[in-house]
Design a protein around this ligand. Sequence first.
Ligand code: UTP
Length: 293
Amino acid sequence: MIRKAVIPAAGMGTRFLPFAKAQPKEMLPIVDQPVIQYVVEEAVEAGITDILIIIGRGKRAIEEHFDRNFELEAGLEAKGRTEELEAIRRVSNLADIHFIWQKELNGLGDAVRHARHHVNNEPFLLLLGDTLIQSPTSLCRRLMEVYERYGESVVALEAVDPAKVGLYGVIQGRSIGDGLHLVEDLVEKPPPGEAPSNLAIASRYVLSPRIFDYLERTPRGKGNEIQLTDAMRLMVRDVAIYGVTLDGRRHDIGNKLDFLKTNVLYGLRREDLSVEFRAFLADVIRDAGTPAH
Ligand code: UTP
């Protein structure tokens, strides 16, 4: 059974400057909740009880978000604000949450390497801390089921626009039915035209603890960083890796346009906001069609 999840959230966030200069991009709000809280909830909903978040310099707000704030709780209690009180208490009781520091930002592979001691020879769910998944069924549960069936690592896959493959880790593989792929090779950010497919690794994984041995042997790759995709490329020469196609949408909040779109999509789903928000959007769209004064 998979009990542990790892969430890397140490990255610099250069695509979201100047906001990310002194604030973690994982604390960007989607409506009224930071991105990382949705990611933690996604793991908890899949049955995870123990979460390790990898943070770095300037990321303390993430720790504080999951800690208790007794002063705030007392203030809300005194004012009878029970709804808000419940919401903030829930955040600190979501799971058993641990933190570790990646002191030098040497890439996603290096961040994952920091989890070795904590996951301690167990398979684990890996969720990138700046990416949300909207799916009618739990993608994480599906990845965990596939791991339990085959006993080997599994990655989520998303078919992306072929012109954009250079932004992702991409697989070469073959379909084995039932939405499953057998991965044959993986390439990090291939130049357009050289990608083996348009199936991109979609920010959710279940990894066997064997990955740590491969990470130790992985040289620096794209961007002079230790890439998780390169470690998996070494691993797939020895053991099988499976792919599960994502039935839904992936939102990369580290990307400004995705951040804006995701706020619109999540805002429209909110019962307390959707009526007024929808009317506002309709006005904006109508006005966009008329010349500015
Ligand atoms: P990104 O590719 O989004 O990189 O990382 P980044 O540095 O965070 O952002 P940009 O590209 O400069 O805008 C993917 C995931 O890996 C984590 C990030 O926090 C994010 O969840 N990461 C990346 C680390 O934890 N450590 C690293 O050294 C690099």
